[in-house]
Design a protein around this ligand. Structure first.
Ligand SMILES: NC(=O)c1ccc[n+]([C@@H]2O[C@H](COP(=O)([O-])OP(=O)(O)OC[C@H]3O[C@@H](n4cnc5c(N)ncnc54)[C@H](OP(=O)(O)O)[C@@H]3O)[C@@H](O)[C@H]2O)c1
Length: 328
């Protein structure tokens, strides 16, 4: 797809899936595999963007990109409600992840929170249930015991954590192991401007424990891409911040843009392809409410950056955010 080609016309034909099952990535040892790219829904809101979202959802499922990420707190439950409404009209399999907000004090509130998510989603079972963040009155062991009970009750298929450090992941995985349940995923912020998981031990822990690293905010909310056909970075994509950080961000944008032009891709597609190539445990979940954006993001699949392209982006990105650069 060309740099600014944004197909707005309604599609009528059925698509060939862009992700084949042999390219799927496992959610750890949970037995569930998902397409290499999921979709974030934190801006989905029933009553506000239903039509646009339902077109995006339909396109994504047609394209085989059937992994959706929501949370009970997104739009105060209205993201789950809108995903639930989309699911109701869909007979094909869809993998749904949602998240428990662990600010509650009581164990009984865990069950009520899960009841609420299942009811809004219109499902009997959540495929992947995360603890949204580690700051909680309930300690990690107690929370994992509650998760294990939900798995035993058939209400949750796989257990994930989010925003957990490497140490917290190990604690969660060890506690789940007592119940014979693997930790399936840690969902953390990871993108070319924020490579913290590479140096704080989280990526290494994912490799060692066989846990998927679900990468949220892969575009750093618009600071990476999009670009216009003339190759100018758009307002939201231009370097923000001050001094050295801004010039490093600009250097990264220029490297991404050069690669995008050479490959006939967009900056967003190159940025997602880099994450996918960085490690087989990584599953980015770009957030979108629009079919045109979903189509563009799907174009990150089906090709691969060359070694030299990967290395150039790696180096430009590493300059700005504490990463030392990777070896592929
Ligand atoms: N676990 C956590 O604590 C946590 C925290 C934050 C986010 N998340 C999850 O991660 C997902 C992604 O993060 P995010 O939504 O914050 O950030 P993001 O994916 O980096 O950026 C989302 C933004 O990019 C736009 N966008 C998407 N595709 C685009 C394209 N091809 N061209 C131009 N713009 C495009 C979207 O606009 P449109 O809506 O107009 O398409 C939206 O404004 C969330 O939806 C959520 O599920 C989890």
């Amino acid at each position: 797809m060309l740099l600014n080609e944004r197909p707005e016309a309604r599609r009528t034909e059925r698509l060939e899936p862009v992700a084949q099952e042999n390219q799927y990535r496992p959610l750890g040892a949970s037995g569930i595999s998902v397409p290499p790219l999921g979709t974030g829904t934190n801006r989905w809101r029933q009553g506000r963007n239903d039509e646009s979202v339902s077109h995006a959802f339909r396109y994504l499922v047609d394209a085989g990109l059937n992994f959706f990420d929501t949370a009970e707190v997104y739009s105060f439950g209205k993201s789950e409600l809108l995903l639930g409404a989309c699911l109701k009209k869909e007979s094909r399999p869809v993998v749904v992840a949602t998240k428990f907000a662990p600010y509650r004090l009581l164990r009984s509130q865990f069950t009520r929170a899960l009841d609420g998510s299942l009811s809004r989603l219109g499902r009997q079972t959540v495929d992947l249930y995360y603890v949204h963040f580690p700051y909680s009155p309930l300690n990690i062991g107690t929370t994992m015991d509650l998760m294990a009970q939900a798995v035993a009750a058939g209400r949750v298929r796989a257990v994930g954590v989010s925003n957990y450090s490497a140490k917290q992941m190990r604690e969660a995985a060890a506690r789940l192991e007592r119940h014979g349940i693997p930790l399936a995923a840690n969902q953390v912020r990871y993108n070319l401007l924020h490579r913290q998981p590479e140096w704080d031990g989280v990526l290494d822990a994912c490799r060692e424990l066989n846990v998927a690293l679900v990468a949220y905010r892969p575009f750093e909310r618009g600071r990476i891409g999009p670009v216009t056909i003339a190759g100018e970075a758009s307002g939201s994509a231009s370097a923000s911040g001050k001094g050295k950080a801004a010039s490093r961000e600009k250097a990264l944008q220029e490297t991404l843009l050069t690669t995008a032009r050479q490959r006939g891709k967009t900056v967003n597609q190159v940025a997602l392809n880099w994450l996918l190539r960085r490690d087989e445990h990584v599953i980015p979940i770009p957030g979108t409410t629009k079919e045109s954006h979903a189509m563009e993001n799907a174009g990150a699949l089906g090709w691969q950056l060359s070694d030299d392209e990967f290395a150039a982006i790696d180096q430009a990105s590493a300059l700005g955010n504490g990463a030392k650069g990777s070896r592929g």
